[in-house]
Ligand binder design. Sequence first.
Ligand code: SAM
Length: 259
Amino acid sequence: MRRSDAAGFVSFVGAGPGDPELITLKGLRRLREADVVVHDRLIPVELLSDVRADADVIDVGKAAGRHGVAQDDINRLIVERARARGRLVRLKGGDPGLFGRLDEEIGAVQAAGLPFEIVPGVTAATAAAAVAGCSLTARGRASLVVLATGTDHTADETAGLDWDLLARIEGTLVFYMAARRLPSITTLLADLGRDPGEPALVVEAAGRRDARIVSGELGTIAEAARRAGIEPPAIFITGPTAGLARVSLARLLEAGAYA
Ligand SMILES: C[S@@+](CC[C@H](N)C(=O)[O-])C[C@H]1O[C@@H](n2cnc3c(N)ncnc32)[C@H](O)[C@@H]1O
């Protein structure tokens, strides 16, 4: 077993949303140099072909709503494997700093006295807007973007978020992990005064060849997504710019953008 760095070094790398070309050059370099790769489920598997043949590759992925490797075990694994082999890449879907329990993993690495870095990635929110052909801000109409989770650790979508405030915000709301909570989230926002006619989008598997977009309005998008059979990973965007979605996926595919 090759050991390139006795001290160990952990790179938390954003793998991007699903298109293997949406990782940064720095992230890809770290992946190619790695002695160990510990990865999530939602990473483009194609990236693993860039990993050295003698590197260890460990999948600690969790499916939505199911338990994978416990977080404490992941933290321990990162520390142990980095110490044993040297350069460890912790490859996370999207950007590692958004809804990825990054702080807990950094805490374990720091407590073990190991140095680390964060290599950012393209997050699902911007990838979804790109697939839909719209922006998340618009001069004079959306000067604010909120990135929120539709499923927090309490398993209660109303906990931890100020829904009155979210309903009043004049800007774009983006909900991660919301695919199974769309009916309750959209109803709550509308009940609290958000315009049910506001443009809204749901993007499934943004950045992947099988990406799908459902567009509509806040008041009706949950039913439209249900009819379309939208499944995780999907992201929900509501706000003025969602109405500017101009590029249909069919056109993207025709144009060979995913070739
Ligand atoms: C645990 S969070 C991780 C987010 C990730 N760190 C990021 O920056 O995109 C997982 C959620 O991100 C969203 N997500 C991740 N990849 C996605 C994709 N390719 N298309 C749409 N949503 C995605 C979904 O809402 C999914 O439930």
